[in-house]
Design a protein around this ligand. Sequence first.
Ligand SMILES: [Zn+2]
Ligand SMILES: [Zn+2]
Ligand SMILES: [Zn+2]
Length: 140
Amino acid sequence: MVEEQIIQLLRKSQLSVTDSRRKILEIFIQAGSALAHHDVEEKTSERYDRVTVYRTLQTFMEKGIIHTIPTTDNSIKYALCKEDCAEGHHHDNHIHFVCEICGAITCMDEIHVPTINLPEGYHANQINMVVNGICKNCKA
Ligand SMILES: [Zn+2]
Ligand SMILES: [Zn+2]
Ligand SMILES: [Zn+2]
């Protein structure tokens, strides 16, 4: 159940269960794809102001609940993390698929990301892999 999942996630991250946190997490779980700040804002506009949405997203980022996805137009999208992310430590080196038609961004955790062999002395902290194409909903 979504409600249970939300409370568990918040508890695991040692966050108190507030109305705004619950609602914003619910939006992410139901969306199933990445959301921009304004998408979240649009869905919560009658209930929370910009600052509340912003702060909640920041907290979720810090706690390893959501991660950011870079986009070509420089806007930031947010998506739910997998279970192995923790406070101050993200493991989101997965492929992000961007649909050229509907613009939906999907996390593809199940696809193996090839290891990148960097020259000696270099250490990668984060690898951003973005694949552009047509998603299954848009494929006629
Ligand atoms: Zn993460
Ligand atoms: Zn699409
Ligand atoms: Zn992702």
